[in-house]
Design a protein around this ligand. Structure first.
Ligand SMILES: Nc1nc2c(ncn2[C@@H]2O[C@H](COP(=O)(O)OP(=O)(O)OP(=O)(O)O)[C@@H](O)[C@H]2O)c(=O)[nH]1
Ligand SMILES: [Mg+2]
Length: 330
């Protein structure tokens, strides 16, 4: 049993042992995966959790649609990361998802249009990011499943209608509700990998939408005053397509990932499809991602990209940067 398992992980494990239905087991395993400390000592355990999850999903599939207890708040992750949009009714989450991805959620000028989460894939340069539209989160209307889903996301975007004078209270309310579900919505510069007392620290940013509306300057000012030191803030008009390029980059940044390319000796880099890794990953983390055999067989590697490497040899603990190209020698 690896050391440093958090109380949160142990609680999720206990829930897994107590779970009867496949659906509950999957939710508990999801939670275990989200709360397990990500380091070398837990590698086997993480692989084991993933194996159990795919076995259960297989079982669910084989059981057929009739016996399947569908959990609408379980959205299978795809792409380089999952960003969940949370916000009050009518803020424009569905309009944003429709503008950024090819998904076609229902959009309407009355509240609570969206009833279930809906994912879409957003292209960002040479990778894609999953964005999840959600039902509104507000007071008694919030479904508990929504916050459970947010706990296993990679980042959260708080979407508000900046022309609505109640938007600051709404932000506060969402943060409080999340915290009651042991989800701490943290902003820039916070070490999101740290957990304490069963609380998950989720990288979060704010989308202030509907900037095309009149007389919103004071509201934007108030938002900045209140939150700019804590969260990145993106100003958008989902309806007019304003601010979306900055937002795409912001979504990528919130995932805290890097893209690394492979290269065969004597050939140009393979630019087709980068490997994505957590920021701070080393050469050996990359080697393990490309192929498990590389971990034992790697003799040395050269890199191009950041720090003016230009093909210099890099050590096993070399910390890779976004856009680096690595040539591995067995
Ligand atoms: N003026 C303006 N209207 C917008 C903008 N984004 C969305 N809307 C409008 O706001 C209304 C609600 O948009 P939705 O995208 O359905 O909002 P939602 O947050 O998904 O709302 P629910 O699912 O009902 O909770 C619609 O009438 C949209 O056309 C925007 O940037 N500017
Ligand atoms: Mg909606």
């Amino acid at each position: 049993m690896p050391a440093n398992l958090t109380p949160d992980y142990l609680a999720a494990e206990a829930r897994f042992r107590g779970a009867v239905t496949t659906e509950d087991k999957l939710v508990a395993l999801d939670e275990m995966y989200a709360t397990i400390p990500k380091h070398k000592g837990t590698e086997k355990l993480r692989a084991d959790i993933k194996r159990r999850m795919s076995k259960l999903r297989e079982k669910e599939k084989q059981a057929g649609p009739k016996s399947k207890r569908f959990n609408e708040f379980h959205i299978e992750k795809q792409g380089a990361g999952q960003v969940i949009l949370l916000g009050p009714a009518n803020a424009g989450r569905s309009t944003l998802v429709s503008a950024l991805t090819s998904a076609q959620p229902e959009i309407a000028d009355y509240p609570y249009t969206t009833r279930a989460p809906l994912p879409g894939m957003m292209d960002y340069e040479d990778i894609s990011v999953q964005i999840v539209d959600t039902p509104a989160i507000f007071n008694e209307h919030t479904d508990g499943g929504l916050l459970s889903m947010a706990r296993v996301a990679d980042s959260v975007a708080l979407v508000v209608d900046v022309s609505d004078n109640g938007f600051l209270d709404q932000l506060e309310d969402i943060r409080d509700q999340a915290l009651r579900s042991k989800l701490m919505l943290v902003g820039k510069g916070c070490d999101a990998s740290a957990h304490s007392a069963g609380v998950i620290y989720m990288p979060t940013f704010i989308i202030a939408n509907k900037i095309d509306k009149p007389d919103i300057e004071d509201n934007i000012e108030a938002l900045r005053e209140m939150y700019a030191s804590e969260y990145d803030i993106y100003l958008t008009s989902a309806r007019l397509g304003e601010g979306l390029e900055d937002l795409r980059r912001g979504m990528f940044d919130s995932l805290e990932i890097i893209r690394v390319y492979t290269k065969m000796p004597g050939k140009p880099a393979d630019r087709d499809k980068p490997f994505t890794l957590k920021k701070g990953s080393t050469l050996m983390d990359f080697a393990a991602t490309v192929h498990k055999d590389f971990v034992s067989r790697l003799r040395f590697a050269r890199a191009w990209g950041s720090n003016h490497l230009e093909g210099a040899k890099i050590g096993r603990d070399y910390i890779l940067q976004d856009g680096d190209i690595v040539e591995m020698h067995e």
